[in-house]
Design a binder for this molecule. Structure first.
Ligand SMILES: [Fe+2]
Length: 192
């Protein structure tokens, strides 16, 4: 499904694929540690699909959570997965900043505890798929999106984290990463 959507297949996906694999692995691990019941598979699926809206063939609004969710809904993907992709990593805040609040609002917010798993996996995975702390990830996002005059336009997974993620106690992410058995992917190329 994804390859069809991006047209040029894995070559076009490659620059982001390392990050997505890392997020997927992190979510797989989190799900294995949490008791999410029937929602586990949707969370795992959303983690693996959360950046599909970057695929050039899917760009409509230019805001990848919305574009990805629109595509997934068009493919009859379960609505919980659609909503997790639409709202991941503080999309609500950036959509508002971009004037896309109404476009995002067509996707119901998912349960916050499930959304936090996807967002946490995204914010603890660097552009090359390596495990990072939330602080490191946010610093990388801000560096990447900084303009020469110092302003920071919204871009990509460089959105403001959700209040829940923002409230993550200092050290929690690094502690969790330090105790996890999953092996982050460390490819030779990364996202810019
Ligand atoms: Fe991401």
């Amino acid at each position: 499904m994804v390859d069809e959507a991006v047209g040029d297949g894995p070559v076009r996906v490659g620059a982001r694929w390392s990050h997505v694999q890392g997020v997927g692995a992190a979510a797989d691990h989190l799900v294995s540690e949490l008791n999410l019941g029937d929602d586990a598979e949707a969370v795992r699926s959303a983690a693996w699909l959360h950046d599909v809206g970057y695929a050039p063939a899917l760009v409509q609004s230019g805001f990848h959570p919305i574009d990805g969710a629109r595509f997934l809904r068009s493919q009859q993907t379960p609505e919980l997965v659609v909503s997790l992709v639409a709202h991941h990593t503080g999309a609500e805040f950036e959509a508002r900043g971009r004037g896309l609040g109404a476009e995002l609002a067509v996707f119901d917010p998912p349960p916050q505890d499930l959304l936090d798993v996807v967002t946490f996996a995204d914010l603890t995975t660097g552009p090359d798929g390596a495990a990072v702390t939330v602080d490191e990830r946010l610093a990388e996002i801000l560096r990447r999106n900084a303009t020469p005059n110092g302003s920071r336009p919204p871009s990509g997974c460089g959105r403001s984290p959700s209040p829940a993620t923002r409230a993550t106690p200092p050290g929690f992410a690094s502690g969790w990463i330090g105790s996890t058995p999953w092996s982050p992917i460390r490819p030779s190329h990364g996202r810019r």
